[in-house]
Design a protein around this ligand. Structure first.
Ligand code: DC
Length: 405
């Protein structure tokens, strides 16, 4: 049985992103908060961000249907979320508005404010930034579908309208707000309608989300079911698609073909690879070269191939161009989307390293056109923390010949 009261009871990768979506009153906040505590991740309540903007619009007398002014109001604001006694403390330009954002006035108008594309784009940028550097459990309406489409695990919580309205009523009463059951029911129904029918990122169930209907579950049962579902997804190991035999004679035939072509090209260009002799260990290694050209991954692969097969992590955009697309697919390169957190790419790289394959990972993340070293991005640190694999620095020179970029 999962004990969600212990802190933390399970060590998950530091970059884990868990998306929890669902309609108003579906128990997202309680579940997400408990899960974050259980897994030692940061809890982020994105509804509080839309509520904060709605409150600020009311204060600044900005109309709730004036999308441009709302977006401007948000752009200039310092909006912060911080944990406090198990709740989220929300500040707007330094003022604590944690209580104000839960009033019926905000509740009535927040779905109008949250429907504007201009507002949503800015909010999504802020939410992605929150989940880029640390592991999070983020709850909202579009987390799995828009904010983190490649989240490590996605949960969609649901419950009947009656059950959800009853919970909201209890919350209001606890805060001393007087409101009738009928009013809460029609307010929740109206918010459902607005959140699901808006044009910009409406509330939808991602095809890869796990659906949990908690209408008939106790709080403890709901927490257990969600935690178990999340851990099941996190534990599902993606198999590394290539056998990880480390003997050169076991390298797949198609790799030999590609490496022979790229090796000839490398020799023609006068490419030099320094430090490859250090990449000769029995376990999976992260080979970390400098990056100067789009031809680095296949040429480095070719330079290393008499040591072991190696898989590159390459930006997803490169898979669009022929002949690189063909080459990368042929060599089982792992595409990584860099603008969003790409849990799938990290999962695949982790599986391959765990199985003993080497991974070619460019610490600078992008080409350094002038040849001097660029800043190291946090991706390599995440991979090291996830796998404990040794890192072997390698230097490549000479791939800068004019080629399509
Ligand atoms: O979860 P909540 O009740 O605090 O959300 C408040 C409103 O914000 C709700 O009407 C839907 C909207 N919202 C959204 O559109 N997208 C999110 N990611 C979170 C909340």
């Amino acid at each position: 049985m999962v004990d969600t009261t212990k802190t933390p009871s399970r060590l998950v990768p530091i970059d884990t992103v868990i998306a929890i979506d669902g309609p108003a009153g579906s128990g997202k906040s309680t579940t997400a908060r408990a899960l974050a505590k259980h897994l030692d991740l940061i809890y982020v309540d994105t509804g509080a961000m839309y509520r904060a903007l709605t409150w600020a619009a009311g204060e600044a007398r900005v109309a709730f249907d004036d999308a441009d002014s709302l977006a401007e109001l948000l752009a200039s604001a310092e909006l912060r979320l911080a944990p406090r006694n198990g709740e989220t403390r929300v500040t707007w330009n330094g003022r604590d508005i944690s209580t104000e954002i839960r009033t019926p006035a905000v509740e009535t108008n927040v779905s109008v404010v949250a429907a504007h594309a201009e507002v949503r784009h800015r909010m999504v940028d802020r939410q992605r930034a929150l989940g880029r550097d640390v592991g999070v459990v983020m709850e909202g309406r579009d987390i799995g579908s828009v904010v983190f489409p490649l989240a490590s695990a996605k949960i969609y919580l649901d419950a009947t309208l009656e059950a959800r309205a009853e919970r909201r009523l209890r919350q209001h009463r606890k805060r001393g707000v007087t409101i009738s059951r009928e009013d809460v029911m029609s307010e929740v129904a109206e918010r459902d309608r607005r959140d699901s029918s808006r044009e910009e990122s409406p509330l939808t169930i991602s095809p890869d989300a796990i659906l949990i209907d908690n209408s008939a579950l106790s709080l403890q049962e709901q927490l257990e079911e969600t935690t178990e579902a999340v851990l099941r997804v996190l534990d599902e190991k993606q198999p590394c698609p290539v056998r990880s035999d480390r003997h050169p004679r076991d390298i797949p035939f198609r790799y030999r073909v590609a490496y022979t072509i790229m090796g000839a090209m490398g020799r023609f260009m006068g490419v030099k690879v320094y430090g490859r002799e250090n990449a000769n260990r029995p376990e999976g290694m992260i080979v970390a070269p400098n990056h100067i050209s789009i031809w680095d991954p296949p040429i480095l692969g070719s330079a290393m191939h008499n040591i072991a097969p190696i898989r590159s992590i390459a930006k997803a955009e490169l898979f669009r161009y022929w002949p690189l697309r063909w080459m990368y697919r042929f060599l089982d390169a792992i595409p990584i989307k860099r603008s969003i957190y790409d849990a799938k790419a990290f999962d695949l790289a982790t599986a391959c390293l765990d199985e003993g394959s080497d991974i070619l990972f460019f610490p600078e993340g992008t080409r350094q056109v002038f040849g001097s070293p660029g800043p190291v991005r946090n991706g390599i640190g995440m991979l090291m923390q996830r796998t404990g694999a040794p890192v072997v620095p390698v230097m490549i020179r000479g791939t800068m010949a004019p080629m399509p970029a």
